[in-house]
Design a protein around this ligand. Structure first.
Ligand SMILES: Cc1ncc(COP(=O)(O)O)c(C=O)c1O
Length: 498
């Protein structure tokens, strides 16, 4: 009969300072020795008394660990003859830590494509208000916290089946109705509540659409430069991207005379091209609808922040212009309210609603019902409209303050023009330097912006930074831009020296 004796004891190391209780440490270490084959089946363990003495622990510690291992089939006691390693686990092939397969090709590609925004907690790369230039940052101080708390509280204590059970895969019905009213009012979509599905933000909508509408290898048209959310979802589905340039009328329509097979889907930001801020002209909208019809393609209309408009009128959505039911609109509450609540929606042609809801449930089930209920009241009681009115005024003032501060302190480095909508201006660099390097240099100095380079596919564009204005209070703007100017000087000095 083998005895674990000294070898077992030498392999045990208990840490008295660790948060994990000693009996759990002992249990875990003995289990590892059995699973890795260090203690094969039939090995006799030292007596409880020996372990107590050698390890300097209490009897209850050893007994607890042994009892758990026995209950899980790792150990077996023979009356009057001690404790042995059972055959149940130890006769299986010993487990080596690295015998598992690698990530799938698609998994590796998907998980490595995103920027820090997709892989790191924001505090690692972006400071909070009141001095942030991150383009997706909203004014957290303007968040209607008291109202939101009240509405959440109204539903958080409910115990009826609607509040507690699995929720409707299409989304909470009253929220679908409130969203339909909202998008018909603000964006003239002309949809019914039946066509609205509630999602966990736009990102989930893009992923579900990628699964639902695309096979690996199907070409997808994206704007170049363009927003990364949709692009990443379509790439993850194994679809090659075809970038189209953006001119003064919005994204250019692909040339049909190309020999290449037509793209299966185009993802566009017609209301306000992201990141350049151009509104697609009515003529270009008509061309895109004609393109979709000619080629039998889908158009995904990413309409995630067009409500934040400071001047000028919005053109109608592609969805509202499309009679052939090939356009799908995706919207989000991330910028009009807060990205943390993870609520968005997808407006679909009727025949896509059920397949979308089913696919969406397979991928991740709908957002938390209590959030959906609170948002329903937030919309139907008029709080969103009031919040939009307030934030439009606030952001317009912050934009003016940013442009003025850039003019005074950074005019020699960047040129920035006012935007009609959205949360950022484009800061075009006056020198032909790599914008990704500049953004990294500024980040090293604690100043965070997005470089245009991260939105670019292949097209060569002048270097630029997306500079968000919503996250910096008007009165802090000169100081914040001063910090950017100083970080820039430091980075330039450091790169000149190295
Ligand atoms: C154009 C655009 N698309 C997509 C998104 C992503 O939205 P969400 O946070 O709902 O995933 C955003 C962010 O607000 C956006 O501005």
């Amino acid at each position: 009969m083998k005895s674990a004796g000294g070898r077992l004891l030498a392999g045990l190391e208990l840490d008295r300072a660790a948060a994990q209780p000693l009996h759990q440490q002992l249990y875990a270490q003995l289990r590892t020795q059995i699973l890795t084959g260090s203690m094969p089946s039939g090995t006799r363990l030292p007596s409880t008394r020996t372990l107590v003495t050698e390890l300097g622990v209490s009897r209850i510690t050893v007994v607890s660990a042994f009892e758990q291992l026995t209950a899980e089939g790792f150990l077996r006691s023979r009356a009057g003859d001690g404790t042995y390693v059972d055959t149940l686990w130890s006769d299986a092939a010993p487990q080596r830590p690295m015998s598992r397969p690698p990530l799938s090709e698609r998994g590796a590609a998907t998980s490595s494509r995103g920027t820090d925004l997709f892989s790191e907690a924001p505090h690692a790369w972006a400071p909070a208000e009141t001095e942030s230039f991150v383009a997706s940052q909203v004014a957290s101080s303007a968040f209607p916290a008291a109202t939101w708390k009240r509405l959440l509280g109204r539903h958080a204590g409910r115990t009826d089946p609607l509040a507690i059970g699995y929720s409707d895969p299409h989304g909470h019905r009253p929220l679908r109705e409130a969203i339909a009213d909202y998008v018909n009012d603000v964006r003239g979509l002309g949809c019914t509540a039946d066509q609205v599905i509630v999602t966990s933000g736009a990102q989930q909508a893009f992923n579900v659409l990628a699964v639902l509408l695309l096979d690996a290898g199907d070409p997808v048209v994206v704007e170049d430069p363009g927003h990364i959310s949709g692009r990443l979802a379509f790439q993850s589905q194994g679809c090659p991207l075809r970038g189209v340039p953006v001119d003064g009328e919005g994204a250019a329509v692909p040339d049909d005379s190309d020999d290449a097979a037509p793209a299966r889907l185009a993802c566009l930001t017609p209301a306000r091209q992201h990141p350049l801020g151009i509104a697609m002209s009515p003529a270009r909208r008509a061309e895109w609808i004609a393109w979709a019809q000619r080629n039998g393609s889908w158009i995904v209309e990413d309409d995630c922040d067009s409500e934040l408009r400071y001047r000028g009128k919005l053109f109608p959505t592609l969805f509202g212009l499309d009679l052939s039911r090939q356009v799908i609109t995706v919207g989000s509450f991330s910028k009009v309210l807060a990205p943390s609540i993870r609520l968005g929606y997808c407006v679909l042609p009727e025949d896509l609603v059920k397949p979308f809801a089913s696919a969406s449930s397979v991928i991740g089930r709908p957002p938390a019902t209590v959030l959906q209920m609170a948002l329903t009241d937030f919309l139907s009681e008029g709080h969103l409209h009031a919040h939009l009115r307030r934030t439009r005024r606030l952001y317009a003032a912050r934009q003016d303050a940013l442009l003025e501060a850039i003019d005074h302190q950074l005019g020699h480095r960047i040129e920035a023009a006012p935007v009609d909508a959205g949360l950022h201006v484009m800061g075009w660099l006056r020198e032909p330097v790599d914008d990704i390097e500049v953004a990294r240099g500024l980040a090293a100095g604690g100043v965070y912006t997005y470089p245009l380079g991260e939105y670019r596919l292949t097209r060569q564009l002048p270097p630029a930074l997306l500079i968000g204005f919503a996250g910096t209070a008007e009165e802090h703007m000169p100081r914040a831009v001063g910090r950017m100017a100083a970080a820039w000087d430091r980075w330039e000095l450091a790169t000149a020296v190295s």
